[in-house]
Design a protein around this ligand. Structure first.
Ligand code: ZN
Length: 160
C-alpha cells in the first residue's frame, strides 16, 4: 500500500473532517451511521457504499473503497431504485452490445455501449461519490450540510 505525504493532524486514526462541502475520509476511518448522509435525518438502514468517481469510467465497475453510510427511509429507497435501475440498464446494454457484435451492427454496438455508460455513471453518481479515487484522505461529495457539520473543518493546505 502506498501512502501519500500529507501533513494532517494525526491522532491514532484520523477522524473524517470536512472542507467546504467535501468530506475527507482518511484510510481506516469510519463515518457515523446513525443519521442519513444525504439529509441528516435518522437513519433506518446502514449500507456499504463503494465510493466511485462519476468522471472516471475505470472506477464504475471495479472494486473501490467501500464505506458504511446511514440512510433514512427515503434515501434508502433511492439507493435501492438506483441499484436496480443500474443493473437493468446495464444488462439491457450488454444484450444490445452482444447483438451488435454478433450482427456486426455498428449502430447497435454504439447504443449498447451508451446504455452501459449511462448505467455506470448513474450508479457512480448515486448518493455519495468522489472526484478522485487515488488520493488519501478520500474526498467524498454528496453529503448534506447538517451531516457535514458534525465533523471538524480544516483548511486544505496544498503545500506544506
Ligand atoms: Zn435521507
Amino acid at each position: 500500500m502506498e501512502s501519500s505525504e500529507q501533513s494532517l493532524p494525526s491522532p491514532a486514526i484520523n477522524p473524517p473532517w470536512r472542507h467546504d462541502k467535501i468530506l475527507y475520509l482518511p484510510h481506516g476511518a469510519y463515518l457515523p451511521t446513525d443519521t442519513c448522509v444525504r439529509c441528516g435525518h435518522k437513519a433506518v438502514k446502514v449500507v456499504s457504499k463503494s465510493i466511485r468517481n462519476p468522471r472516471n469510467l475505470s472506477t464504475w465497475y471495479s472494486r473501490q473503497t467501500t464505506v458504511d453510510i446511514g440512510l433514512c427511509k427515503i434515501h434508502k429507497d433511492d439507493n435501492s431504485v438506483g441499484t436496480a435501475l443500474t443493473y437493468s440498464v446495464l444488462s439491457i446494454g450488454v444484450i444490445i452490445l452482444i447483438t451488435g457484435v454478433i450482427t456486426l451492427g455498428i449502430a447497435t454496438l454504439v447504443i449498447g455501449l451508451l446504455a452501459i455508460a449511462v448505467s455506470g455513471i448513474f450508479r457512480a453518481r448515486t448518493l455519495i461519490y468522489t472526484s478522485n479515487t487515488n488520493v488519501e484522505p478520500l474526498p467524498i461529495k454528496g453529503a448534506c450540510e447538517s451531516y457535514l457539520e458534525q465533523f471538524p473543518s480544516f483548511e486544505v493546505e496544498e503545500d506544506s
